[in-house]
Design a protein around this ligand. Structure first.
Ligand SMILES: [Zn+2]
Length: 445
């Protein structure tokens, strides 16, 4: 048994003093509040304010190599994508494994205990499979293990370069020969990795309706149901995507997904930025989760999505750092409220507890971990101790910490019962900045 005593802790939306969390080594077995720190060798004291672990529900780990190298000059999402393709062309299983381990360690330092990796870089140049066609997927699962966090590998179907357009250039690395070949490869991954590695679960993803024909959506829906796995899809990130889908199918991307039975409580729509009122109603009726990626949507000039309307329609909100221009779940969470203020001219749409819920319990649920994201019995023991005495957080009402703290204020992190960050240092990768520098330099060479 391992136990953690929290000076104060966030328990389902309220802060309690003196919280003792006992574990069986992985999961929480008891939670008691109002206690002083026991004098016991088995108990680790966590100072200040302890939050549940964050879920980063949308990641493309290799995009971290673009931070600070593509953020100047003119252009839009499509010019950025050309730069991103340059990196995708150069990665191999070893270099991607090294980069991903460093990126996931950066996430651990930010209090992220589970990542949803939307993984579409599958094959060698030209689309030729590796000896094990899931070699890069295994490298990503191994990278999460090295960083000490859990992963849902959302293996992504990517078949076309546009509606009715073949793959070109580096896109061949993303594509399987058809949807059934993709589904067979993912099923092999799920039956191997998911059973062998308790920190990993396998999910399915449709890259977008630009990259997957409607028959492929049917295959993905069936596979997710068969595997009882989450299904993620990029949805209406760009107006050009909506225009292409409308022209080809005579309906919006949301309507097209709804018609294929793809909008269910197991589905997460990523971005959902450019929607009609009818789209919002369909997503709400389906109980579909929405993964907002506010810092990426800013960075790529995507726009601000209708978060209050989606929440009002019944969609759960999750959060992702996506392109990793920033890895800071406090920043993603408060951006939902702050960007909405810019959109609406109104303050106070999303309360701090709602924003923390999106970054913890609803994010984990979106990734297929309903057993994580709360400090409660039976949940994975994920604990994030936040410094309330830094220059950013001093004098702050702890209940409003989400509007003041940054990733740099995360001091200690416990993931699935294991201490992975102590005093702001990662215990498995001692110099995460150096690991990032080395891995990023290698892919730009
Ligand atoms: Zn994405």
């Amino acid at each position: 048994m391992t136990a953690y005593w929290c000076e104060s802790a966030w328990l389902d939306g309220a802060i309690h003093p003196g919280v003792l969390v006992e574990t069986d080594g992985t999961r929480i077995t008891t939670v008691q509040s109002g206690l002083s720190c026991p004098d016991s060798m088995e108990t680790t004291a966590l100072p200040d304010l302890v939050l549940p672990g964050f879920a980063n529900a949308h990641s493309h780990a290799f995009h971290r190599a673009l931070r600070g190298r593509t953020q100047y000059g003119a252009g839009d999402f499509w010019t950025w994508r050309d730069r991103m393709y340059g990196i995708a062309a150069r990665l191999d299983p070893d270099s991607y494994g090294e980069l991903a381990a460093a990126v996931y360690a950066e996430m651990a330092l930010a209090g992220i205990t589970c990542v949803g990796e939307f993984h579409y870089l599958h094959h060698r140049a030209g689309g030729h499979p590796y000896g094990d066609p899931n070699e890069i997927g295994h490298a990503l699962i191994g990278a999460a293990a090295r960083a000490g966090i859990r992963i849902t590998l959302l293996d992504t179907c990517y078949l076309t370069g546009g509606i009715g357009v073949g793959l070109s250039g580096v896109q061949h690395r993303f594509g399987d020969s058809d949807a059934h070949a993709w589904a067979e490869r993912v099923a092999a991954l799920a039956n191997g990795a998911a059973t062998a590695t308790p920190h990993a679960r396998i999910g399915a993803a449709v890259h977008s309706l630009r990259a997957v024909p409607l028959s492929g959506v049917d295959t993905a829906v069936a596979l997710a149901a068969e595997l009882r796995a989450p299904l993620h899809v990029h949805l209406s990130e760009q107006p050009a995507e909506n225009e292409a889908v409308l022209a080809a199918y005579g309906r919006t991307p949301t309507q097209a997904l709804a018609d294929r039975g793809a909008l269910t409580p197991g589905t997460t729509a990523v971005h959902a930025t450019h929607l009609t009122a009818a789209d919002i109603a369909l997503l709400g009726e389906g109980g579909t989760a929405i993964c907002l990626c506010p810092t990426t949507e800013r960075e790529l000039a995507d726009g601000i999505g209708p978060a209050p309307e989606l929440a009002g329609a019944g969609a759960a909100l999750a959060l992702g750092s996506d392109s990793h221009a920033v890895i800071d779940m406090f920043e993603e969470a408060r951006a939902v409220e702050l960007d909405e203020r810019l959109r609406s001219g109104q303050r106070g749409t999303f309360a701090p507890a709602t924003l923390l819920r999106a970054s913890t319990v609803d994010g984990h649920a979106s990734l297929g971990w309903p057993d994580a994201g709360r400090i409660a019995v039976g949940q994975h023991a994920d604990l994030v101790a936040v410094d309330t005495g830094s220059v950013r957080t001093a004098g702050v009402d702890p209940a409003q910490i989400v509007f003041a703290a940054s990733a740099a204020d995360v001091r200690h992190v416990v993931a699935s019962g294991k201490l992975i960050v102590r005093d702001g240092r990662h215990l498995g990768i001692p110099d995460v900045a150096a690991a990032l520098s080395t891995a990023i330099a290698a892919v730009w060479e």
